[in-house]
Unconditional design. Structure first.
Length: 238
């Protein structure tokens, strides 16, 4: 999925219909991640999601990463915040309240940009990417994030042969492969009614061909002293 695809979608208003409310799965399952409110949370491929405002309200410092300047601007406008913006390497850093959005490519994030991150909220990020980019995405985050990060991940699963993503179907086996070396727990599964309309047109969404949303808690394995063990399997970027 090329950057131009997403930038064009924002430019032509095709992503402006993003849900205005906070994702119920975040509200319901975030406490299970077990993250201290003082921890800083990364929201990759954040768009202009209100979920960032919810996380900030819960006490977290939030770092979003998003390609589109339009999305970043609309997030702060919707939040009644006037961000302070400055260029920082390959990114433009926008900061307002306790939310910072790094406008740029998630694949350009490095360890210094992600210093201090304690948690990740991935909704609409992994599923926005085709398989080869998903592997790169998981590898980049595993390599650049500090050890000990705890993640809430939302995925979709459906018959990919009937329709092309995004959002893409991410099979359970792939979640286990991408996050191998960490402790992976499936918190919740439901047949979602929120799939894009074109899914129904492709015959997806009924009881025979469900579109399933799955919610995952991914936390570090710890050694016998309770110290997080960094996964070795994720350390190389394909
Ligand atoms: C499906 S939307 C999800 C947005 C948000 N997470 C939500 O739940 O509403 C995917 C977003 O990822 C952004 N995006 C896609 N590729 C990206 C990349 N390589 N780096 C940063 N952002 C990217 C797009 O511009 C788009 O806003």
């Amino acid at each position: 999925m090329q950057s131009d695809f997403w930038l064009e979608r924002w430019r032509t208003g095709q992503l402006g219909r993003h849900r205005e409310d906070v994702n119920p799965a975040l509200v319901r399952h975030w406490p299970s991640v077990g993250l201290d409110p003082a921890s800083k949370v990364l929201v990759p491929l954040c768009g202009k999601t209100r979920d960032m405002a919810w996380l900030a309200h819960a006490g977290h410092e939030v770092l979003g990463c998003e390609l589109s300047a339009i999305a970043a601007r609309e997030f702060f406008t919707d939040s009644n915040l006037l961000p302070h913006s400055r260029r920082e390497g390959r990114f433009v850093r926008h900061r307002g309240g306790s939310v910072t959005i790094l406008e740029g490519d998630v694949f350009d994030l490095d360890q210094s940009a992600l210093a201090g991150i304690g948690g990740v909220y991935d909704r609409g990020a992994l599923v926005a990417l085709p398989p080869d980019m998903r592997r790169r995405y998981a590898a980049v985050l595993a390599r650049m994030l500090p050890p000990g990060v705890r993640t809430l991940l939302l995925t979709l699963e459906y018959d990919q042969s009937r329709i092309a993503g995004p959002p893409f179907s991410v099979p359970e086996a792939e979640v286990h492969e991408l996050y191998s070396g960490q402790e992976i727990g499936k918190l919740f599964t439901e047949d979602t009614t929120e799939a894009p309309p074109r899914f129904a047109a492709a015959g997806l969404g009924g009881p025979d061909r469900p579109v399933r949303q799955k919610v995952w808690r991914i936390v570090p394995r710890t050694d016998r002293h309770g110290t997080p063990v960094r996964s070795r399997t994720q350390s190389t970027i394909p």
